[in-house]
Design a binder for this molecule. Structure first.
Ligand code: ATP
Ligand code: MG
Length: 280
């Protein structure tokens, strides 16, 4: 007879961020299994506790915020970008300008407050608006980024949350026509350098919404998506120059950096803090 961990034992070990090998291990007897479970659970609880003390005594800031700060520092100190803060509540008109109307698949994923207002599922509509207006005022290249919550109704799973944090950078009129893809790749690589992530690949894809896009992928999981223009959407926003932009999922990047199995560990939570389980 071989014995596997029970459902609740698996559940508990997963909560404590046990590696897959520990969860799939097979035992000869129940006693052996239970003994092994108790030892593993104890070790993992200790590790989670250490993480909490590390946060409270030294780090003072969850890993996701540290990663966000590294990206912000890279953008503002080295790349000349400026941070903007725009509304989380946006109008249906803004989404329609992104072609997200009632027939669009993303429409069903949007959290509507009433028929005319919703929680932003992305930064693009606000960034389009702000970069257009800044360009009108300055008549110079515009480099801005926003970092903050976005909301999408998702079927959940290990890589999606209903509320997540996106850092979206965008440059307008900064490169000549034909150089956009090169600049996108440069920015993507430089961003990964800034957070010290080396194990990733850049995947170029053709997208119906954005034409050609570039994704940053780690272990098969998309960490970020980049796109560039001129683009068919641009005229809705009064944009007529080249642009490049990348949206980074900060929880996904935190998962990649910390080796988390589940995104919940990285995001806004009452069950986890800095990747450690709170009920230990
Ligand atoms: P996916 O195909 O994985 O659902 P997406 O292509 O719809 O993602 P984008 O619109 O490209 O996502 O958003 C940019 C980044 O934001 C993604 O690369 C990802 O890191 C992150 N992201 C998107 N949706 C979610 C979500 N529901 N939860 C956590 N992160 C997300
Ligand atoms: Mg994407």
């Amino acid at each position: 007879m071989t014995e596997k961990l029970t459902v609740s034992q698996c559940q508990r070990l997963k909560e404590l961020n046990a590696p897959e090998e520990l969860i799939n291990v097979v035992f000869e007897t129940r006693e052996e299994r239970n003994e092994s479970y108790r030892t593993s659970e104890m070790k993992l609880v200790r590790k989670n506790k250490e993480l909490i003390f590390e946060l409270l005594d030294n780090e003072k800031m969850p890993m996701m915020c540290q990663i966000e700060n590294k990206l912000i520092k890279w953008l503002t100190d080295r790349e000349g970008f400026t941070k903007v803060t725009t509304p989380i509540i946006i109008s249906s008109k803004m989404l329609e300008k992104m072609t997200i109307d009632e027939n669009h698949p993303l429409h069903k994923q949007v959290f509507w407050l009433d028929p005319k207002r919703c929680l932003r599922p992305m930064h693009a509509p606000n960034l389009y608006t702000v970069m257009r207006d800044l360009h009108k005022v300055t008549n110079q290249p515009v480099k801005i980024f926003e970092s903050g919550p976005c909301f999408r109704k998702e079927t959940q799973g290990a890589n999606h949350m209903n509320e997540f944090t996106m850092l979206n950078l965008v440059e307008l009129a900064s490169v000549e026509e034909g150089m956009q893809m090169e600049r996108l790749v440069e920015l993507a690589k430089s961003a990964m350098d800034a957070i010290g992530l080396v194990d990733y690949e850049l995947v170029t894809e053709s997208s119906e919404v954005y034409g050609e896009t570039i994704d940053i992928v780690h272990n098969g999981i998309e960490l970020a998506s980049g796109a560039y223009g001129p683009h068919v959407l641009d005229e809705h926003w009064g944009i007529f120059n080249t642009w490049v932009g990348i949206g980074f999922g900060l929880e996904r990047i935190t998962m990649a950096v910390e080796g988390y199995q589940n995104i919940k560990r990285a995001g806004r939570s009452l069950s986890y803090i800095n990747g450690a389980r709170l009920n230990i």
